[in-house]
Ligand binder design. Sequence first.
Ligand code: TYC
Length: 116
Amino acid sequence: MTHGPEDELPPQPPDPTREREHGVATKTRQKTARPPRYKVVLHNDDYTPMEFVVMLLEQVFRKGPSEATQIMLAIHRGGIGIAGVYVLEVAETKVVAVHRMAEEKGYPLRAGVEKE
Ligand code: TYC
């Protein structure tokens, strides 16, 4: 059987239910979860021994001896300094560790958390 134009579908009208893009090209971007970070700050005082602060910076904040000494001296001279930057829960846990270890020795060392 032969078939002519009558077998072919006629041109379809645009489907009004289909969304049509027009105008501005858009790109989808995966929004990567980037939780806010918090600084753990240490305050200077007149009583806490330098070696104790260096020990804390090494043991609690995982600094090497040279960086720990530099941070301690910066706090000693400037009054305040950043021991490290972490997500909130980690920052708060480190502040608790600092206060617990200082209190154990009777030192008045103060530490706190500040949003970066
Ligand atoms: N100022 C203290 C001293 O002279 C040392 C010190 C440094 C104390 C840093 C606290 O966060 C501090 N012994």
